[in-house]
Design a protein around this ligand. Structure first.
Ligand code: G6P
Ligand code: MN
Length: 445
């Protein structure tokens, strides 16, 4: 089985390859094709993968190419993990927004819109090529903003594109852990958009255990979301929000903390990864050791400003292991080998949330089998959550329309309608600021 990874020179590729190395079953991935625009990054990552595979006899064969069509032909699965504009682009997304007093983050608010506007045209081009060159392939989208990018691709690939994120899995795992339940045995009642969802229940043996958590301040305050949001707010909500809702519920504080930070997250990662790729290019360097050190530092500093504003302290050791690769591998196995499972994924709504149309991509538990991901019926969201979901989906739709038409006015509309952008004037200013720094936005007229 052939797996093509777009963004194959990306920093997180060794996580995926590490997960593949642990799979020895029949029908596993035997060939990995890495595609990237940057040959230097490809060879750096290929060196890490070679070290990872050193003692594994049946390790998937890795090849690398900068030719996209060649990479796609004959693929059974395509992982799309591209980063349009690189981390320099991410840093600019953050800076332009923060300079105008609004949130600069890669998936939420103004920064997420800018990243979406830059990424959608490229993602659509990829989707069209996949439809033409590998029509039977399944495309698993890792690229942020994951819900929006998945929806853009679904217009060309239908339900053959599935978006993934590890945040809901991490959240479910943390809640199960504090409740003393086995995450594998728990049914997690979660729904929303990517980075905008809520756990409303956690059922074990037919009983909802979430009320027990909400009623116990010590338990509730003992894990990441309890520390981030505060126990009182979680009890008021009667649900546990995805960590990214911290940017909504504590917008003023997060914007202030992000503005004061010495470097934005994107700038920090840009410098950190530049050092890694430089080091790995040197002959004789220990590529895997350098990668692992860099990865650990990235994990430890994830959302550090948010945790600081909330006084949440360090991350739990159990939360440092990531999880993207696990979700991706579980999804691929379920489809390729008909190993039925349930995963929280980004798929077309198809009536799951009645307030959204059938084609809107949402994040929801799905039954996955050889026929793909099938969203499971969930209880409706409460009014406050429905309001946010509808507002943000409307913004995503304006982003898709702007990418489609190239209309600058539509791009302004996308920014202006976002709940975290507080003025139409600011929206205009954001579009001016972003088009000035991003060559990838020159299409907006
Ligand atoms: C979480 C999010 C991802 C994000 C990742 C890394 O897992 O769900 O969407 O890409 O964190 O964030 P970072 O700030 O380290 O790039
Ligand atoms: Mn995510």
């Amino acid at each position: 089985m052939k797996l093509t990874i777009l963004g194959g020179g990306g920093f997180r590729v060794p996580l995926v390859y590490g997960a593949l190395l642990g799979d020895h079953g029949e029908g596993r991935v035997t060939d990995v094709v890495l595609h990237d625009l940057d040959a230097g990054r490809l060879s750096a990552v290929a060196r890490v993968l070679a070290e990872q595979a050193a003692d594994v006899p049946d390790a998937p064969v890795v090849t690398a190419t900068t030719d996209l069509d060649e990479a796609l032909r004959g693929a059974d699965f395509v992982f799309s993990a591209i980063r349009v504009g690189g981390l320099e682009g991410r840093a600019a997304d953050e800076r332009v927004a923060l300079d105008r007093g609004v949130l600069g983050q890669e998936t939420v608010g103004a920064g997420g819109i800018a990243y979406g506007l830059r990424t959608v045209p490229v993602a659509v081009d990829i989707a069209r090529r996949v439809a033409r060159l590998a029509p039977d392939a399944w495309l698993i989208n890792f690229t942020n903003p994951a819900g929006l990018v998945t929806e853009a691709m679904s217009r060309h690939l239908g339900d053959r594109v599935i978006g993934i994120c590890d945040s809901p899995v991490g959240l479910g795992r943390r809640i199960a852990r504090v409740l003393g339940a086995n995450p594998r045995e728990a049914w997690i009642d979660y729904v929303g958009l990517n980075h905008l969802g809520w756990v409303r229940g956690l059922h074990v043996a037919g009983r909802d255990e979430l009320p027990r958590l909400l009623a116990d301040p010590d338990l509730l305050g003992s894990f990441e979301e309890g520390k981030l949001f505060g126990t009182d707010w979680l009890r008021s909500l009667g649900a546990i929000p995805n960590e990214y809702l911290h940017y909504y519920y504590f917008n003023r504080e997060t914007v202030r903390a992000y503005s004061r930070a010495e470097q934005t997250r994107g700038a920090f990662l840009r410098d950190q990864q530049a050092r890694f790729y430089e080091e790995t290019a040197r002959p004789g360097s220990a590529a895997l050791t350098a990668w692992d050190r860099t990865r650990a530092e990235r994990e430890a500093t994830y959302m550090s400003e948010n945790r600081e504003t909330a006084g949440a302290g360090e991350r739990d050791a159990d939360d440092l292991s990531g999880g993207y690769e696990k979700v991706a591998l579980a999804l691929m196995r379920a489809i390729a080998r008909d190993e039925r499972t349930t995963l929280i994924l980004n798929v077309r709504n198809q009536g799951t949330l009645s307030v959204l149309d059938a084609d809107a991509v949402i994040e929801v538990p799905c039954l996955v089998d050889a026929n793909g991901a099938h969203p499971v019926a969930v209880a409706p969201l409460p009014g406050h959550a429905t309001g946010l979901v509808c507002a943000v989906k409307a913004v995503e739709r304006e982003v898709l329309a702007a990418a489609d038409s190239g209309s600058r006015a539509t791009a302004v509309k996308a920014f202006a309608l976002h709940p975290l952008v507080d003025s139409v004037n600011v929206a205009r200013d954001l579009v001016d600021g972003y088009t000035a720094v991003h060559p990838g936005l020159a299409y907006l007229r």
